[in-house]
Design a protein around this ligand. Structure first.
Ligand code: CAA
Ligand code: FAD
Length: 379
């Protein structure tokens, strides 16, 4: 057991912290209010190597480990959880999915640009009638010989409009149920592919979430990822990795709110003393610190297992479940500690509270994580 971060980990965390404070913090309230995508900041994150952190340099990535990746996600999420989710989807769903499961020609064509941050990717599984129940897809991809004909609608797609490359999971043979599902690389601009309306969200409002419509889109056969019928397994495997990123996002939201609350208790006076001297407030801080420490260790454990090529599905679901519940509890208490000031935008904690909620919903709700964990422990 060794609990000290390496020099390299400390360096990358420092770089992320500086970037978050200098480039993300200014304008974060405005971007939230106006639902503005952080386009300039994402370009800079590409230049810093944050958009393909774990991708091998051979494919344009930074070649770092999953621990470095979660340290960066945590730092960015303390300030701007929207920028962090753009990064998380690009890294741990899209780039990871391509590097691990795509053919060499597909990696050459798509992965390099994604890993360098020249283009952004999206991962498209959910549909209007299929979210948690991810095998119930009605988007169809029918084999037409040299291409697949794609028809249907995807919902809630992060980077929906800002992306150029989309990994789309669709059903090719309903008789085979989940074994008929395939994953495809779809490019923006393919005839019949239309980006639908943008969602007006409670939180992570700087990220763009859209529905996508596919009307007789001809997807070349060479754009299918993996063997025929391997798409559901692909999606599940990719989500195992993705959930570590969302766990780290939740951890960052919680620690950002905690740091703000901690500082506030030292500044704010009530009844002739500072809030930091009130035991009821001290106990809130103790609970926040305890949950955050536990969430951090769970995130690190899941990332460590991945880095060491050990099974990590259960660990990533445990980390996501605990960190997202911690994010919701901690941000709610941070608003409470701020009193009325916590309820207005200038103090940042109300945004973090709104941002926290989605970490209990996307990449598998808390209930779905409990299904994954309980199946794993009972197996
Ligand atoms: N790895 C490999 N294979 C897996 C797997 C995994 N982790 N999990 C399941 N499978 C396989 C099973 O082995 C089974 O295959 P066989 O029949 O060949 O054995 C097949 O998949 C079906 O598995 P289940 O019977 O367990 O399927 P289920 O219908 O009970 O559903 C589920 C399982 C875990 C609930 C799954 O549907 C799920 O994860 N749902 C949540 C979906 C989700 O997380 N969506 C996120 C969308 S992306 C997103 O949200 C991004 C963002 O916000 C930023
Ligand atoms: P449902 O599946 O309808 O669930 C509704 C409620 O019922 C939930 O509380 C759920 O936990 C509960 N429930 C359902 N089944 C069970 C069960 N068997 N046992 C216990 N409880 C159950 N998807 C993508 O594919 N790509 C993206 O990029 C993406 N980005 C997103 C961004 C945002 C901002 C949001 C809000 C969602 C995004 N999603 C994305 C979709 C997200 O993954 C789904 O919303 C999520 O998986 C839940 O699906 P649902 O919304 O259909 O809810």
């Amino acid at each position: 057991m060794y609990f000290q971060p390496s020099e390299e980990h400390l360096m990358v965390r420092r770089a992320a912290r500086d970037f978050a404070l200098n480039e993300l913090k200014p304008g974060v309230i405005e971007r939230d209010e106006l639902q503005m995508f952080p386009i300039e900041q994402i370009k800079m994150m590409g230049e810093l190597g944050f958009m393909g952190m774990m991708v091998s340099p051979q494919y344009g990535g930074s070649g770092m480990d999953a621990i470095s990746y979660i340290l960066v996600i945590e730092e960015l999420s303390k300030i701007d959880a929207s920028a962090a989710v753009v990064m998380s989807v690009n890294n741990s769903l899209v780039c990871y999915g391509l590097e691990k499961y795509a053919a060499e020609s597909q990696k050459q064509k798509y992965l390099r640009r994604l890993a360098k941050g020249e283009v952004i990717g999206a991962f498209c599984l959910s549909e209007p009638e299929a979210g948690s129940d991810a095998t119930a897809l009605s988007t169809m991809a029918i084999d037409m010989g040299d291409h697949y004909l794609l028809n249907g609608t995807k919902n809630w797609i992060t980077n929906g409009n800002s992306a150029s490359i989309y990994l789309v999971i669709a059903q090719s043979n309903p008789n085979k149920r989940h074994k008929g599902i395939n994953a495809f690389i779809v490019e923006k601009g393919m005839p019949g592919f239309v980006v639908g309306s943008k969602e007006n969200k409670m939180g992570i409002r700087g990220s763009d979430t859209h529905s996508l419509h596919f009307n007789d889109v001809k997807v070349p056969k060479e754009n299918r990822i993996g063997e025929d019928g391997s798409g559901f397994r692909f999606a599940m495997r990719v989500l195992e990795a993705g959930r570590i990123g969302i766990a780290a996002q939740a951890l960052g939201i919680a620690s950002g709110a905690y740091e703000l609350a901690l500082n506030y208790t030292k500044e704010r006076k009530a009844f002739g003393k500072s809030l930091a001297d009130v035991q009821a407030i001290q106990f809130k801080l103790a609970d926040m610190a305890t949950n955050i420490e536990a969430a951090r260790l769970l995130c690190l454990k899941a990332a460590w297992l991945k880095d060491n090529s050990l099974p990590y599905a259960q660990a990533s679901s445990i980390a996501k479940l605990f960190a997202s519940e911690t994010a919701m509890k901690t941000t709610t208490e941070a608003v409470q500690i701020h009193g009325g000031y916590g309820y207005v935008k200038e103090y940042h904690v109300e945004r973090l509270m709104r941002d926290a909620k989605v970490t209990q919903i996307y990449e598998g709700t808390s209930e779905i994580q409990r299904i994954v964990i309980s199946r794993s422990v009972l197996r």
